[in-house]
Write a protein that binds this ligand. Structure first.
Ligand SMILES: Cc1ncc(C[n+]2csc(CCOP(=O)(O)OP(=O)(O)O)c2C)c(N)n1
Length: 352
């Protein structure tokens, strides 16, 4: 019997910067000092927002909130590698990416206070509404990427989802379509180790999520998702390839949610303190700071200034949010059908 060996059935793991902030110079992407500082300032801004939004939820000032603490490198590294014209398809944990893509923070607070208008993308921002339904957004991203290809535009579509999302049929359909039609799409799986309380080991028997790309004939890579340079490099390469007509890439960003799943969850019930502490040592913000300090890009004065500016920006947005007029409840009824049904009229009266 002759065994045929199928070549190239492997996925790479990319880490540029280790936990001590030391980079492998051969792998370091081409980023100027100004760009690294810009990335750092965004990381501090989104962490400040995350802390603020969480405490506002606890104070009853917004309805619910999904934290992203621990996933900052994954979201800033990826958005930073893409252009404003590229199309983003986020999930509920991607409000950090939203902020990086210029969606006003006041509107994010508006959304999490139950006002859907907060998700309306301001003009000229190519950001789709975030998806609450797990794994529903991947086929949309593929469709959009296909449209870009047919229109001979150079934009790529990029879509975020969690490890849990990879168990949904939509994920597999999207990857298959992307492979067959060679569309310019980047699939970013933020593998934060859990889907609420379900650990990755119970989600898939594959060694990596990245390897699932191979089955669909697209590129796949696993990156250290707490290393902003690795995420940036992988996404930049995927985007360059997509723009050259080389098709889609699946990027597994290996990270950890340092917070609860949501404001109605208590992660202590299913994660050990020991595990959390191990991941806290890999904190993506601390890691970038270590690199910047060693490379004379960060001193105490600059660090304090960045923190102060971030706090001021966030507080300003909170004030804007708190002055937004409540939506008119009649709108729920008015815009469902061209003419209100009798049943809707009744409900409308009841709410009044
Ligand atoms: C279609 C659908 N099924 C179930 C849920 C309930 N649900 C909300 S979050 C979640 C876990 C998702 O985990 P993952 O995809 O890993 O993303 P993470 O929250 O960890 O970022 C589930 C099952 C949902 N929102 N949508």
């Amino acid at each position: 019997m002759v065994k045929k060996v199928v070549e190239n059935f492997k996925v790479e793991y990319l880490q540029v910067m280790d936990e001590n902030g030391k980079v492998d110079k051969k792998l370091m992407p081409n980023l100027s000092a100004k760009q690294i500082k810009e990335m750092y300032e965004l990381m501090i801004l989104i962490r400040t927002f995350d802390d603020k939004a969480f405490s506002m939820q606890r104070q009853g000032r917004i309805g619910t909130y999904i934290c992203y603490k621990g996933q900052e490198a994954s979201q800033i590294g990826s958005t930073y590698a893409l252009n404003d014209k590229d199309w983003m398809f986020p999930m509920y944990r991607n409000t950090a990416a939203y902020i990086a893509r210029k969606h006003p923070m006041s509107m994010i607070l508006q959304y999490w206070s139950g006002d859907e208008r907060g998700l309306k993308s301001p003009d000229k921002l190519n950001n789709f509404p975030l998806s609450i339904g797990v794994g529903t957004q991947e086929p949309y991203a593929v469709g959009c990427a296909w449209a870009s290809k047919l229109k001979k535009e150079k934009n790529v579509s990029f879509v975020y989802f969690g490890d849990g999302g990879t168990s949904k049929g939509d994920f597999h359909e999207a990857l298959n379509f992307a492979g067959v039609f060679k569309v310019p799409c980047i699939f970013i799986c933020e593998n934060n180790q859990y889907a609420i309380s379900v650990p990755i080991k119970r989600q898939t028997n594959s060694e990596t999520i990245a390897q699932k790309a191979l089955a669909y004939g697209i590129a796949g890579i696993q990156v250290d998702g707490n290393d902003i340079f690795a995420v940036y490099k992988a996404v930049k390469e995927a985007a360059d390839n997509a723009r050259k007509g080389k098709g889609a890439t699946l990027i597994e960003s290996v990270t950890y949610r340092l917070c609860d799943h949501s404001t109605s969850d208590d992660a202590k019930r299913y994660r050990s303190d020991k595990e959390l502490k191990q991941w806290q040592k890999k904190d993506p913000v601390d890691r970038l700071e270590k690199y910047m300090k060693a490379n004379k890009l960060l001193n105490d004065k600059y660090k304090d200034e960045v923190a102060k500016k971030a706090k001021e920006k966030v507080e300003k947005e909170v004030r804007i949010f708190e002055n937004i007029k409540d939506p008119d409840p009649d709108d729920i009824f008015k815009f469902t059908f061209e003419e209100m049904t009798d049943e809707l009229k009744e409900q409308n009266e009841e709410i009044k």
